[in-house]
Design a binder for this molecule. Structure first.
Ligand code: SF4
Length: 217
């Protein structure tokens, strides 16, 4: 891309060409499954979560299934995802709330999602957008924070402020796609420590491009 200033539209257009099939990389069969997978994905790789949920989803299908076993049993089943005590508590407490307050169904609004334990705006936006097609926020993870700042699309530093800033700058229909594209490009090229700027589609236009620095553009 040329050296002119990057905009959200330009970035999305360019990255859609690079990652045409971009989507949520967590495997899921139901909104509850996606909620559980997203809770497990905190500080864990999606690959590991997908390995664990393969068996987990056979054993636990409804919110009540997670409450029918002991906390310790669930901890055992999700152990390899890390921080398993906290995650098991969050899953069980969320299931309790889903049964008591929402008739056993994962809720469909941001406000209600945020009443579930262990669910912040990022998790809620992923579940609502992916499982229900309800776009109520932009899931901002560490890839999003790093890339949006490097590309000069936001100057904000804090997760919540970045989300609000990007919600103003991005058409609502693209909120989820933007997040997925940032994750895909962050994993493939724009790594935290060693960004592969020479292989990046934004090598000539990104303010933080190492290629631009070398050529002095
Ligand atoms: S040019 Fe470098 S810093 Fe900028 S987005 Fe690409 S890989 Fe990241």
């Amino acid at each position: 891309m040329s050296a002119e200033k990057l905009t959200v539209e330009k970035v999305i257009r360019a990255l859609r060409k690079e990652y045409p099939r971009v989507n949520c990389t967590l495997h899921w069969r139901s909104s509850l499954g996606l909620l559980v997978a997203t809770i497990l994905a905190a500080q864990c790789t999606d690959e590991r979560v997908n390995m664990v949920t393969k068996d987990l989803f056979r054993k636990y299908r409804k919110p009540g299934d997670y409450l029918a076993v002991s906390q310790r049993q669930l901890e055992k089943d999700i152990h390899s995802c890390g921080t398993y005590r906290m995650k098991a508590k969050a899953i069980r407490q969320s299931c309790r709330t889903i049964i008591r307050m929402y008739g056993g169904k994962v809720p469909r609004t941001m406000e209600e999602m945020l009443t579930l334990r262990g669910v912040g705006r990022k998790t809620a936006a992923i579940v609502l957008g992916t499982a229900y097609g309800i776009i109520e926020g932009i899931p901002i993870d560490t890839h999003n924070i790093r890339l949006l700042r490097r590309l000069g699309l936001t100057r904000k530093k804090e997760q919540g402020k970045i989300e609000l800033d990007m919600m103003k700058k991005t058409p609502r229909k693209d909120w989820l796609t933007l997040s997925h594209l940032m994750v895909a490009h962050g994993r493939a090229i724009c790594h935290a420590r060693n960004p592969q700027c020479s292989q990046c589609v934004f090598a000539q236009s990104c303010p933080k491009s190492l290629v631009r620095k070398k050529t002095g553009r």
